[in-house]
Ligand binder design. Structure first.
Ligand code: CS2
Length: 497
């Protein structure tokens, strides 16, 4: 039996299914970039709202911008937008539920006009985004919009043939403005500090070149709330598809697994109404800065700190790294000695409690968050998650050895692409080739990997940084024994100065 609307009355006997009438919902949210995370997080919050508070104006229409989204389009079409959310507790308890808040899906590459029209409809009040850190098209060091991107150049020249999120958003806003409609709110849900401010800056940079008047209107009228999102959502494996099949007796082609923890903190800056998300636990705050900084510099960075050396050592998942005491203590030292001093005190938050909870979440043996996912697109993640912490510590004379070791390990990982047992590592990174080219020049130029300015900025110019980096990179190339190196760095008296 397949998961879809017409089978739902039979499926109901096996598992919780939506109790609201999905046919009567209006689409108030267009979400660009539906993947596992959106489905475990925002779509789940909206689903709860539909269950408990009949928020009928707020169903979600998904949009996929890339050819790579075709699979998701097909699955959601076959399943009428329904999917199973499987929540895995550390103690083995499993809670599953069929989620019904996504009622439509549009694949933009098939029909761009349909997407623009949908965004421009009066019912659309919010366009939300999970397009990944790399999807925003900015230079992470300067923070400027990248006009060199050929897709951007194409859509600047052909406003009716958008390709990126910027082309779609501006085309839809232009249409709304012409029709005298209010704009929609643009809600970024990616792990970028000040994600709303950043999106605003990028949208305005693009719009100014395309249509200065429209840019002015956007500047005045559109809201871009900053938000912090959190729920660990590993890649769906065939085992999960089998689990759903055997436990609940139906076939879901693409269920989602997640941890029990969930958090969403948003600045209340919506210009065209919003769902009453506070009813289902979302926190609305005047300033999200402390929350996002804490999450990105501890949780997301913590993932990379485990993931990159973990992959080289031959670990496969985050929980496997946490079972390895040396990795667990290395990560905690990084958090305590390098990330925490930068964060300072955050009103109302006990950072020790937060870090303890991260250790617990990372250790969840039933999540099995693959290191391929964690290390994917490190070229977009590290400039946001880790490199700023190293830079800020260099300024204040703080510890930098843990962070620098991750960069060194990343160079070795990008160069060799194998772990210490000689197994191939599946590196997923848009800039994989470039990283490999740079890394492999190590023999001729020890610092070669760092000569990618839009990733590393001016790190190289710092003498203290160079000293540390050189010592560690020599050590890893001489003897790539990850455990031994981590042990060494973990010692209090480790020093290059
Ligand atoms: C992860 C995040 O991408 C990553 O490297 O750190 O996807 C993380 O799992 C989520 O941000 C959790 O909220």
């Amino acid at each position: 039996m397949k998961l879809n609307e017409s089978n739902i009355s039979k499926i109901r006997t096996q598992i919780l299914v939506p109790s609201y009438n999905r046919q009567q919902l209006k689409t108030g949210i267009i979400h660009v970039g539906i993947g596992g995370f959106h489905r475990s997080h925002q779509a789940y919050y909206i689903h709860q709202l539909l269950e408990k508070y009949s928020a009928t104006d707020w169903a979600i229409c998904g949009v996929g911008l890339r050819e790579a989204d075709r699979n998701m389009a097909n699955v959601l079409k076959n399943q009428d937008g329904l999917y199973t959310l499987v929540t895995q507790h550390p103690n083995g308890k499993v809670e599953s539920e069929v989620i019904g808040s996504i009622t439509e899906y549009l694949l933009a590459v098939d029909n761009p006009k349909l997407v623009i029209d949908k965004m421009a409809q009066p019912d659309t009040k919010i366009v939300s985004l999970t397009i990944t850190e790399g999807g925003y098209n900015f230079n992470p060091i300067t923070g400027d919009f990248n006009f060199e991107n050929p897709d951007i150049q194409h859509e600047l020249a052909n406003p009716h043939e958008p390709k990126t999120v910027y082309g779609y958003i501006t085309a839809a806003l232009r249409k709304r403005r012409k029709q005298g409609l209010p704009p929609f709110t643009i809600l970024s849900c990616d792990n970028i500090q000040h994600n709303g401010d950043m999106t605003r800056k990028m949208v305005l940079a693009f719009a100014k070149i395309q249509d200065a008047e429209l840019a002015e209107w956007i500047e005045k009228e559109v809201g871009f709330p900053n938000s912090m999102v959190d729920r660990i959502t590993p890649v769906t494996t065939p085992q999960i598809i089998d689990l759903v099949n055997s436990e609940y007796n139906y076939m879901d082609e693409w269920p989602v697994v997640c941890e029990p923890y969930i958090q969403w903190v948003i600045e209340d800056n919506f210009v065209n109404g919003r769902p009453a998300l506070e009813e289902v636990g979302v926190q609305f705050v005047p300033d999200v800065t402390p929350y996002e900084k804490m999450k990105i510099r501890l949780l997301n960075a913590g993932h990379s700190v485990l993931g990159i050396p973990g992959a080289l050592h031959g670990h496969k998942t985050i929980n496997a790294c946490m079972e390895d005491n040396l990795f667990a203590s290395f990560m905690r030292q990084f958090m305590d000695k390098e990330a925490t001093p930068i964060l300072g005190t955050i009103e109302g938050i006990d950072l020790t409690v937060y870090k303890d909870s991260l250790e617990e979440r990372f250790s969840n043996p039933n999540i099995k968050d693959g290191l391929n996912r964690i290390c994917s697109e490190s070229s977009a993640k590290l400039p946001k998650f880790l490199i700023p912490t190293i830079k800020e510590n260099l300024v204040i004379g703080g510890s930098v050895k843990y962070g620098i070791f991750i960069l060194v390990a990343w160079c070795y990982y990008s160069d060799k692409g194998i772990d210490i047992q000689n197994s191939q590592i599946d590196i997923i990174d848009e800039r994989k080739e470039e990283l490999n080219q740079r890394a492999k020049q190590y023999e001729q130029d020890q610092l070669s990997f760092l000569r990618i300015p839009d990733i590393f900025g001016s790190l190289l110019e710092n003498e203290r940084f160079r000293k540390h980096y050189s010592k560690m990179i020599e050590a890893i190339y001489k003897e790539p024994n990850i455990h031994k190196l981590m042990e060494l760095i973990n010692q209090d008296n480790y020093s290059v100065e």
